[in-house]
Design a protein around this ligand. Structure first.
Ligand code: SFD
Ligand code: AMP
Length: 627
């Protein structure tokens, strides 16, 4: 076996991930841990300052309810999420996050984040729920607060450690194992409770950008689905695994559109000039009641644009020039004021990307785009798994203690596995939490996990024989490479193994062609899904034939395996749900309509670690009384 040092870490609470939800968890848990004399360890695959989806920064905080100013109520937010997810949301979780999110935002401001203010000192809104920020350093600020809180409570931070799998004691999670991405070290974390906040997943589907552009995507390439893999392997029940997210973005560099639609009030049009939201309005009747209420759900907005593309009316364009000119037109009688406003709008347009998707600004510059002069192409991206945005996949977690729902079996945000909590993109059916809501949810879970440890936390009972078995399995790709690399002139091409890049291509091809990716125009069917599942089965047989020439390859291999498991849960859940509920995310052409009578429910699944069998189930939707 490869020569690795084993590092053992003993803690009370283990937080996996260093992103928005994990930072929230660390900040809150540190406070309660200090009070109770407990230890926390946080482990991140990367460096917390710039890890996760917010690595590049963001230009808006997408969830702020504004309760203190009487702007909205918590119930308004519950209605908004219900509407955007076509009726499928855990309203208890959404409510719980909504009532805590404003305080996370106020903390961000206190920690130094610059939230735009108007002349009256009020937050500048991008839209009803969104606030504009100067967010290039958003992640650094939030990570710094989490690090300070951990330091104050004597907590430990482990960076560049890739977590692979959970350690289990029956149905109880007692830690995690992983490896150092820079040194030959195998890590064993033993804990009384574990919070998984390792983000969503990208590159499960073939991206639009391949070859020289491979690795470019809207969602950060470094989030590979560890959260979902971890909870599935632990035997936790998952929910909404079919609800992938497809954002519409500026084409090829994936610049976000929110500021354009909401702040600049821009239109999106086809090459013929028609605004698909107007031209195709009738289609919305087919998706009532959600198609007929405002705001029109993200998937339906996507769908109307996709219908234009299918009809050969592409490319689609964001009317940036029209939007900017329209806003500036108010000042047209005063040439000096007009010039100033135009300059300000131009700056805002570029800053929107420079704050969060720098590559889009580079692409604009390289293609001579002047947003104030000429419109810019947009397109639907490949599918991602991001339950914190407008997708919904993730673990099925226990609801808040004080709300009377059918979804309570223990501590808030605990999965169906004892001692394992999930947050952010790791917890499902609580969409539209974004950066701020993920942080708030992390805080909720951080407090809840410490309560669990205080009330129930026993010393973790870790089976070291099992750890050894896991270590062998996790490091095996290095041995496989060593054993056979000399048998061919190019070690990348070898009959005894497959390199991680080729394995990834195989997974992406299956998902793209059978599970409704870009090249199949986001369409699939029972027959396609069944064939896809068959091919995933064959891929799984080959997954332990992946070989690693170095630590980087080893990380790529376990990222691939994690993605493959999400892929399977995704296909199985799309197969199970015999309707089309989210056209614009995916369309099942054999069941092309929404079927409220049979499918207005959560579709949950669970992989049984003892039998290796998947179980699919429906769960009722609980609606908040009076909302
Ligand atoms: O407009 C392991 N999001 C936006 N949210 C906003 O509030 N405003 C915006 O403007 C947003 N925009 C946006 C957004 C996302 C992206 C990708 C873009 C633009 C380009 C959404 C938020 O970013 C998102 O909701 C939160 O970040 C979710 O938080 P969380 O904690 O669930 O995920 P994370 O922050 O990505 O952190 C994941 C962490 O896990 C680590 N990790 N650690 C150990 N072992 C492993 N195997 C691991 N795998 C991953 C990561 O390193 C990271 O620390 S807009 O376009 O929508
Ligand atoms: P995006 O940049 O697409 O991620 O959007 C940022 C925020 O604006 C999210 O809260 C979206 O749901 C919201 N949003 C984007 N476009 C629209 C739109 N056309 N109508 C309503 N909300 C939108």
């Amino acid at each position: 076996m490869a020569n690795f040092e084993t590092v053992e870490v003993n803690t009370d609470l283990l937080i996996i991930g260093g992103g928005f939800s994990a930072c929230g968890a660390a900040t809150e848990a540190a406070y309660w841990a200090k009070k109770n004399g407990l230890k926390i360890a946080l482990v991140d695959k990367a460096a917390m300052d710039r890890s996760g989806a917010v690595a590049m920064g963001l230009s808006a905080i997408n969830q702020y309810v504004g309760v203190k100013d009487g702007e909205n109520t918590l119930e308004d937010y519950v209605r908004y999420v219900r509407q955007d997810l076509m009726g499928i949301s855990r309203e208890d979780l959404v409510y719980n996050i909504a009532r805590h999110v404003d305080s996370s935002v106020h903390l961000f401001e206190k920690w130094g984040l610059n939230i735009w203010l108007d002349e009256d000192g009020k937050y500048v809104h991008e839209g009803r729920w969104q606030l504009m920020i100067n967010g290039e350093s958003y992640k650094v600020i939030i990570a710094e607060a989490a690090k300070n809180a951990l330091a104050d409570a004597g907590g430990e931070i482990y960076e560049r450690i890739f977590i692979v799998a959970p350690l289990m004691d029956g149905n109880k999670c007692v830690g995690a194992v992983g490896f150092n991405t820079r040194e030959n070290q195998f890590y064993v974390f033993k804990a009384k409770a574990v919070i998984i906040g390792a983000g969503g997943a990208v590159h499960v589907f073939r991206p639009r950008s391949v070859g020289e552009g491979f690795g470019r995507s809207w969602y950060p390439p470094f989030n590979s689905g560890t959260s979902a893999y971890f909870t599935i392997q632990a035997g936790a029940e998952m929910t909404c695994q079919e609800v992938r997210f497809i954002p519409v973005r500026f084409k090829d560099a994936y610049g976000p559109v929110g500021a354009w639609f909401l702040l600049f009030k821009s239109r999106a049009i086809s090459a013929e000039g028609g605004d698909y939201m107007v031209v195709r309005e009738d289609e919305l009747n087919n998706w009532a009641p959600y198609g007929l209420a405002k705001p029109i759900p993200a998937n339906l907005r996507n769908y109307l644009g996709m219908l234009d593309v299918e009809a050969g009316l592409g490319p689609l364009y964001m009317e940036t020039d029209e939007a900017i000119q329209k806003i500036a037109a108010e000042y047209k009688d005063d040439p000096k004021a007009y010039k100033k406003k135009m300059k300000e709008l131009e700056t805002e347009a570029w800053e929107d990307f420079l704050d969060m998707t720098i590559s889009q600004a580079i692409l604009w510059a390289s293609q001579n785009v002047k947003p104030e002069e000429k419109h810019s192409e947009i397109a639907a991206c490949e599918p991602y798994f991001i339950g914190s945005h407008s997708g919904a996949s993730g673990a099925w977690v226990s609801g808040p203690e004080d709300i009377d729902t059918p979804y309570k079996w223990g501590y808030t945000n605990m999965t169906t596995v004892d001692g394992l909590f999930a947050v952010g993109d790791g917890s499902g059916a609580s969409s539209h939490k974004f950066s701020s809501g993920s942080h708030a949810e992390g805080r909720i879970a951080g407090k809840s996990a410490i309560k669990y440890i205080v009330e129930k936390g026993a010393e973790p009972n870790v089976d070291m024989a099992k750890v050894e078995e896991l270590q062998k399995k996790i490091l095996a790709p290095l041995d496989l490479f060593e054993a056979h690399k000399g048998e061919t002139t190019d070690p990348e091409i070898n009959i005894n193994y497959i390199m991680p890049r080729q394995f990834l291509f195989r997974l992406q091809k299956i998902m793209d062609e059978y599970a409704g990716g870009v090249t199949s125009a986001f369409k699939t069917s029972k027959a396609l899904l069944e064939r896809g599942l068959e091919l995933i089965g064959v891929l799984q047989e080959d997954s332990d034939k992946q070989a690693a020439g170095n630590l980087h390859d080893l990380m790529r291999i376990w990222e691939n395996t994690q993605r493959m498991w999400i892929a399977e849960s995704h296909i199985r859940t799309m197969l199970f749900r015999e309707e089309t509920r989210w056209p614009g995310y995916y369309f099942r052409s054999d069941t092309p309509k929404m079927d409220d009578e049979n499918w207005k429910c959560f579709t949950n699944c669970r992989w049984d670690p003892n039998t290796g069998e998947w179980e699919m189930m429906k769960k009722d939707i609980w609606t908040m009384p009076g909302v």
